[in-house]
Design a protein around this ligand. Sequence first.
Ligand code: RP5
Length: 313
Amino acid sequence: MIIHQLPLDGAGSMLHAKNAAVNIITLSTLSSIKMHTKCRGGFYPSSDKVPRGEVPDDKIEWSIAFPEYKPRQYTAAHILSGPSYADPDISKPDFKPRWNAKDGNVNRCSHEGPYTIVDGFPRNIHGRTGITGRGLLGRWGPNHAGDPIVTRWKMVSGKKVLHEGTGRFVLQFICIQRRDSGEWAIPGGMVDPGELVSTTIKREFQEEALNSLEMTEEKKKQTEQQLKDLFQRGEEVYSGYVDDPRNTDNAWMETIAYNFHEDNEDGILYSLQLHAGDDAKAVKWQDISMQLNLYASHREFIQTVAEKHNAHW
Ligand code: RP5
């Protein structure tokens, strides 16, 4: 028996048409779409209403002349106070970063190729954002993260759920609610200096979706053992720039996203107990569909995963 799920908007045929269109979005084109929708306009996040300068759609690219462009400079006070994960101010004489290179333990390479340095400052590889400085980001240039997209099939009474509108099975992913903005997101996080992204991804997943920071050492080991097989089967689904609301003209987010999928209904993901921890204030299994509204570019990453599994979108 197959469980059917009704289309949320009741527009089955329209969904089919849209699906045909989204299927042409491939990994290679992901990095060039929907950029600077979240890091342009309005006030800079968690600031005292610091406004971003206006950047019209046709003036995002640096190659387009925009002589009136005079963005404000903003770096959050806690970044300027010099926490261990942040760079010093660029004006400090002893700060000599090696741009576009592995700079000791810090990776200053972009996944998208070389970025330019203008008047000593790295320039956002995807164009203008309406603000200079680092905002909430610690590093000048690329700030590297990793994103675990952990998926399983939606099951009801032991059966996979089929969406009536698209005729495809419904996929679910582990979704966290961010403590900073309250938005729902993939449980990703920043790569620590010298850390492998694969390690970041596992660590962040366990901290944010399983609250490993509050587990006993024994429980932590047991959980790692349970997840070992799943984490060995990860597949990279995205690598590049993120349209993150914290991006500025001189500092931006990049990520590598991996999909860890469980096909087997006896597998670990059907019994795993979720507990929000660290930067997450809630965690849940989220049905995947085009109705999703997620932090930064996460909706696009999830769409890619849905397409990869030929799942409902
Ligand atoms: C996003 O910010 C990345 O995709 C990743 O999910 C996240 C990392 O930043 P924190 O969650 O550590 O703030 O751009």
